[in-house]
Design a protein around this ligand. Structure first.
Ligand SMILES: Nc1nc2c(ncn2[C@@H]2O[C@H](COP(=O)(O)OP(=O)(O)O)[C@@H](O)[C@H]2O)c(=O)[nH]1
Ligand SMILES: [Mg+2]
Length: 223
């Protein structure tokens, strides 16, 4: 006879164990950490370089760069003078918490207020792997089509913030191909609390509200 005993403890997967370690380290240093997820080319690295340059005097930002291959994005971040660690996944479609843990060991965590993790370009796999972050940021650019929240619901449902990027291209793309109202309504249907900012990382339009949200989030963590 077997007796079922509920020990009341959730068994964590190996990834969740590493994610927990990362979140403990980040909490210890009062660092706000955001996991940035999008399709390739939506503008993650451009958003990061502009954000770092604009907020340099206000908050200390470090970056973990995830890519399948190359350190091209890490080079772009390095040009801002922010500390950055590149992870090459060698084919894997997402970052793991263990990889991020290794990267955190190589960042000056005692000196940082905010860490961005730029995940591998992909709207699917990265949404399933917790890294120990405080929140996920999903980026969607206007040239990708307004059906993406409906087609890739998981990442929109899980994110704290949706950045609708490349709004400087809205006119060229046309209202029919990218109906911002539809994107916002679909995202909010999946996630009532999601914050949405319409930005252009190229011209800087709309970025001020995003910066304000970041500064506020860092401040709240330190209260
Ligand atoms: N027009 C326009 N182009 C942008 C904007 N943001 C990024 N880009 C361009 O989009 C391309 C991909 O950007 P990148 O930051 O590498 O995207 P990532 O793959 O998501 O990191 C680059 O050529 C950027 O210059 C924007 O707001 N407007
Ligand atoms: Mg990039």
């Amino acid at each position: 006879m077997y007796k079922k005993v509920d020990v009341g403890k959730k068994i964590l997967s190996a990834n969740e164990e590493y994610a927990l370690k990362n979140s403990q380290l980040l909490a210890e240093h009062k660092i706000f950490c955001l996991n940035m997820i999008s399709s390739p080319g939506s503008g993650k690295t451009t958003i990061l370089t502009r954000t770092i340059n604009e907020l340099k005097d206000k908050i200390k930002i470090g970056v973990v760069e995830g890519d399948i291959q190359t350190d091209l994005d890490a080079e772009r971040i390095r040009a801002t003078s922010a500390p950055v660690v590149q992870i090459n996944t060698n084919g894997a479609c997402h970052l793991s918490a263990a990889q991020v843990g290794g990267a955190l060991e190589n960042l000056p965590v005692s000196d940082l207020d905010l860490i961005f993790i730029e995940n591998v370009g992909n709207l699917v796999c990265p949404s399933a792997f917790e890294l120990g972050e405080n929140g996920k940021i999903v980026v969607l650019s206007v040239a990708e089509g307004d059906d993406k929240p409906a087609k890739y619901p998981a990442i929109f449902a899980k994110s704290k913030v949706l950045l609708i990027n490349k709004i400087d291209l809205l006119e060229a793309v046309g209202q029919v191909d990218f109906d911002i109202k539809r994107v916002k309504a679909d995202a909010r249907k999946l996630n009532k609390g999601i914050k949405i900012f319409q930005i252009s990382a190229k011209t800087g339009e709309g970025m001020a509200d995003w910066y304000e949200w970041l500064i506020e989030s860092v401040r709240n963590l330190r209260l």
